[in-house]
Design a protein around this ligand. Structure first.
Ligand code: SAM
Length: 225
């Protein structure tokens, strides 16, 4: 039979073990979990882009890129944006040929990889940055030249953002007009082999539209009663 003194000693020891367990559990919850993690799912990282492209990737032929940049009348200090930059050829060409800064935006991670590889292989990392972003959520206030090769409806969707560009900024669109804005210049580039075929991307005639901000509103046909 145990003495009163030894029973009191073992009760104290048990109490000490229970308290130690409680303190360890509290410490584990406090340091292992970020704030709020226990009762809500973790949010995605801030810059994650989950949207799908609004238009597929088709590159602008180099001869058309060269003409778009020539029509933009690029001068030192200009900043060229390509909204939906594909493989980055427009901003890379602007940097190499005119020594100006460029930013290419695309939503597709594969296009971002292609553009970054293009920037690296042409050694223009000091002038060109490539960002994975949705073009409809961009602030365009830093741009002075904006290049587009999207779709007519997407050009129109971009108008509220494009309208806020600084006065004198140039907008160049490959093949597609922007309804409601009167182009200042339209240039046609004949197919390289001389025969235009509407269905063949290699041989169709290319058109470049140019606007300068603020653009003149295009006259629309009067609506029928
Ligand atoms: C027709 S390609 C033009 C590529 C390049 N600008 C050129 O002219 O060679 C259109 C590009 O827009 C990108 N795109 C489509 N929707 C987009 C969006 N909402 N935000 C960013 N990029 C988008 C596509 O991934 C594709 O690379």
């Amino acid at each position: 039979m145990k003495s009163n003194t030894s029973m009191f000693g073992s009760m104290l020891w048990n109490l000490f073990l229970v308290m130690l367990c409680r303190v360890s559990l509290l410490a584990a919850l406090t340091f292992a979990l970020p704030a709020g993690a226990a009762d809500s799912p973790a949010p995605p990282p801030a810059n994650t882009v989950t949207n799908k492209p609004d238009v597929v990737f088709v590159p602008t032929p180099q001869v058309v890129v060269d003409k778009m940049l020539e029509m933009a009348a690029i001068k030192p200090g200009d900043v060229v944006y390509d909204l939906g930059c594909g493989d980055g050829r427009i901003v890379v060409t602007a940097a190499k040929r005119y020594g100006v800064k460029g930013v290419g935006f695309d939503i597709d991670p594969q296009r971002i990889k292609d553009s970054l590889a293009n920037v690296r292989s042409n050694k223009v990392e000091h002038l060109v940055s490539i960002q994975q972003k949705d073009i409809f959520k961009l602030d365009l206030s830093e741009a002075t030249v904006v290049c587009l090769y999207l779709l007519p409806s997407l050009n129109v969707r971009l108008m509220p953002q494009l309208e806020k560009l600084r006065p004198g900024s140039r907008i160049l669109s490959h093949d597609f007009d922007m309804e409601g804005a009167k182009p200042l210049q339209i240039v046609k580039i004949p197919p390289e082999n001389g025969t235009a075929d509407e269905d063949d991307l290699e041989t169709h005639e290319h058109t470049i539209y140019k606007w300068v901000v603020p653009w003149e509103k295009a006259r629309t046909a009067p609506s029928l009663p």
